[in-house]
Design a protein around this ligand. Structure first.
Ligand SMILES: Nc1ncnc2c1ncn2[C@@H]1O[C@H](COP(=O)(O)OP(=O)(O)OP(=O)(O)O)[C@@H](O)[C@H]1O
Ligand SMILES: [Mg+2]
Length: 270
């Protein structure tokens, strides 16, 4: 069995890979890299009831993997480049040969995969960390769940400026509902719910537009979303809204939230 472990900016994910089968993906909070890696491994072997001796190798990736030595609890570590992991997983989980893969984590990374070729295309600091940080300072909200609960009753019209607001209607290729400026029309009457939704909208729209721009530049048709943000329903809704406007289909494959750890394990096996 090969273990894939992604020590990210917020969470550490771990997954088993046994003869091509994905086994028991789990997440722990990323404290310091070594503690969270050891903790994730402990949790994993406890859950699957597996002796450590059954693990051949640990494939480690993510920002925290730099700080891990060459063994963890006696098991050899193979370090795998994070962008290779993202690209490998995006293609494997979606079954596509070519795609723009977006890792929607604490930050955002874009990886272009093309028939096994993997290229780090670019990225953005606007991501899940932005959503959490703005929510904490603007709303005193510290959990994703509370943020989503609040946002479910939010009204974007109290915060965001639309094309219709400035143009008085739609433009040739933009409907009046398209965003002209995120937070460009903050009303004094805006509630916490309105702000919560606007934060999610800002982050989701920025990532979606970046992905579409990258895909267009590379003439790629499919955009695959991975990372923990990709499975949040309200983020999906925002991203799909941008997709509808630009006639682009975003794909969220199974296990998207564990993709980077899975990609590392696949890469280590190859
Ligand atoms: N259960 C959760 N725990 C932590 N963060 C969550 C959770 N659900 C959603 N999120 C959001 O997902 C983000 C973290 O995503 P993910 O775990 O994919 O990133 P990461 O691997 O830690 O970071 P990066 O890949 O950028 O280094 C958080 O910033 C938060 O906005
Ligand atoms: Mg990650």
């Amino acid at each position: 069995m090969i273990i894939g472990i992604d020590i990210g900016g917020t969470t550490t994910d771990i997954v088993g890979l046994n003869n091509g089968q994905i086994l028991n993906p789990v997440s722990v909070k990323a404290d310091d890299p070594i503690t969270s890696a050891a903790g994730a491994l402990g949790k994993f072997v406890e859950m699957v009831d597996l002796p450590l001796s059954e693990i051949e190798i640990i494939a480690a990736t993510g920002v925290g993997s730099m700080q891990i030595k060459d063994h963890l609890l006696g098991i050899p570590i193979k370090k795998i480049d994070e962008f290779d992991s993202i690209g490998t997983a995006g293609a494997y989980l979606s079954g596509l040969d070519e795609a723009m893969v977006i890792s929607m984590g604490t930050g955002t990374a874009l990886v272009h995969v093309n028939n096994g070729g993997i290229k780090h295309w670019g990225g953005s600091g606007v991501g899940g960390g932005t959503m959490v940080g703005l929510s904490r300072k603007l709303l005193n909200i510290t959990t994703i769940r509370t943020l989503m609960d609040k946002a479910s009753k939010g009204r974007l019209g109290m915060i965001d400026l639309t094309v219709g607001d400035i143009a008085g209607g739609g433009l040739i290729d933009l409907p009046e509902s398209a965003t002209a400026s995120n937070f460009g029309k903050v009303s004094d009457e805006a509630t916490d719910s309105d702000i919560a939704l606007a934060i999610i909208n800002l982050v989701g729209q920025t990532i979606a537009i970046l992905g579409i721009s990258a895909a267009r530049a590379e003439r790629v048709n499919d955009i695959v979303l991975t990372g923990k943000l990709s499975i949040i329903p309200l983020i999906r809704k925002v991203v799909d809204g941008v997709g509808a406007l630009y006639k682009v289909n975003f794909i969220v494959p199974g296990y998207a939230e564990f993709a980077t750890a899975i990609g590392a394990a696949i890469k280590a096996q190859a």
